[in-house]
Design a protein around this ligand. Structure first.
Ligand code: CS2
Length: 440
């Protein structure tokens, strides 16, 4: 399986264009990667040019068992406005639980592996340096094994999560968990790549599994459902071999930052706003929320703020937001607001707070402010009604949300989210904005 690792081989690989097949490791296989990164890799080359994937799960190992039991193939349902396109994906060679660190080290130490893609969610980058709970820490152990094996071929770590500068965030997370020798070796051997990923991927149902079986004859227990739209903008900074993702529609660019900001502040910002304000207004799904004029007005106000922070032509932003409305309105997607509501304490710092800061403070950013207020009001409502919500800091949030005095409550909630504490003008503005949100 491996080719001999020599400096000469490394030199010829350095600066190499996308090339004939290889193996990549994926960390955090979930619905999103099965609908996005894996199809791009599957479509990047066939036959001798095919790339194969060894994947690891996130915290729950369940998907590894499900996929192994069906030969690591799975069905992808692309939900078009007027019907479904179904295809079977066969790009995975193995799927292992995250806890199988030995297998990860063996793979990363193999010179045939030159790419690691990650979909570990926003909170995965702040998981610390304990390999038992942190993917970046496990990756640091893998890189240590590669260094100790004397592999000279460059390896690229490709972040596919919704964070601005996700490559830099990944670099910091891996380096802070790595031993000193691996930190010293890193610069010459490892590329860290930022990417912007986009494809809305709601949870699939048993009915979707039936649709795959009917269309293909394959009894699938790992079906994913997604929208026709897909976008991947990848920083073009690989020294080593990689799949020719551009042949599958990805864009390789020098700088992904503006693409990341556009997507995070417009798509993901609106998503989070709908997730909180939409549920407070009595909705369960994205298409219902965007069709409610009161929620739509909030989305438009958020977009007005976000657009003012983006260095892009108005016509491009008009086209982008118009396309977003269409994507959100698609009733066939049945995308649950509660899926998007998860992990608000991490998402707000990316989707709302930087917009408020770029606008010069809450008084200049009522649209982005409403997103923060929708979150504080949402968690307060969930705690008051004894309904759980998913967040890495759910315990602290619940305690803060129980405070009776509105100013003390909002301050305590925002202090969880904002390093160094929330400024008073933001706290006061959020308390006032909570009162203006539509309620069921
Ligand atoms: C959503 C994203 O879960 C969320 O917070 O906003 O999963 C969103 O669907 C994707 O980023 C779309 O590309």
């Amino acid at each position: 399986m491996s080719t001999p690792s020599t400096p000469a081989a490394a030199a010829s690989a350095a600066g190499a264009a996308p090339s004939a097949g290889g193996r990549l490791v994926h960390l955090g296989i979930g619905n999103f990667s099965r609908a996005h990164t894996l199809p791009y890799t599957a479509d990047a080359g066939a036959g001798e040019d095919a790339w194969r994937v060894s994947a690891f799960t996130g915290r729950s190992p369940a998907i590894a068992e499900t996929l192994e039991a069906q030969g690591n193939r799975y069905g992808l349902v692309v939900r078009e406005a007027d019907g479904d396109q179904v295809r079977l994906l066969d790009v995975l060679d193995e799927v292992r639980p995250a806890s199988d660190i030995e297998a990860l080290q063996r793979l990363i130490a193999d010179p045939e592996v030159s790419v690691v893609t990650l979909t570990i969610t926003e909170k995965g980058y702040a998981a610390g340096d304990d390999p038992a709970v942190s993917a970046p820490a496990r990756l640091a152990l893998g890189l240590r094994a590669r260094r100790e094996a004397g592999v000279e071929e460059p390896i690229a770590l490709v972040s596919c999560d919704n964070l601005p500068g996700n490559g830099e965030v990944l670099r910091e997370a891996v380096l802070s968990a790595a031993d000193a020798d691996t930190r010293g070796w890193f610069e010459d051997h490892v590329d860290v790549i930022s990417t912007m990923v986009d494809r809305i991927t709601p949870a699939a149902s048993a009915e979707d599994q039936r649709i795959v079986e009917e269309a293909t004859g394959f009894a699938d227990r790992a079906t994913v459902v997604t929208e026709p739209f897909t976008e991947w903008v990848v920083q073009d900074a690989f020294r080593g071999r990689r799949p020719a993702w551009e042949t599958a529609g990805a864009q390789l660019v020098e700088d992904v930052e503006v693409h990341e900001k556009r997507k995070l502040r417009l798509l993901n910002g609106a998503h989070s706003l709908m997730a909180y304000a939409g549920q407070l207004a009595g909705h369960e799904r994205v298409d219902q929320a965007i069709s409610d004029p009161a929620v739509r007005a909030l989305v438009d106000a958020l977009w007005a703020d976000a657009r003012a922070t983006l260095p892009l032509p108005a016509a491009e932003l008009d086209a982008y937001t118009a396309a977003l409305v269409e994507r959100f309105e698609n009733p066939r997607m049945a995308d649950a607001l509660d899926r998007i509501a998860a992990d608000g304490s991490v998402k707000l710092t990316v989707r709302a707070l930087p917009v408020i800061a770029d606008r010069g403070g809450p008084a200049q950013a009522s649209g982005a402010l409403a997103l923060v207020a929708a979150w504080t009001a949402f968690v307060t409502w969930r705690v008051a009604t004894g309904t759980s919500f998913s967040d890495p800091r759910a315990d602290e949030i619940s305690e803060a949300a129980r405070l009776e005095d509105p100013t003390a409550r909002v301050r305590a909630l925002l202090d969880i989210v904002i390093d160094g504490g929330a400024p008073q003008d933001l706290v006061d503005a959020v308390v006032a904005a909570e009162g203006t949100l539509p309620r069921a």
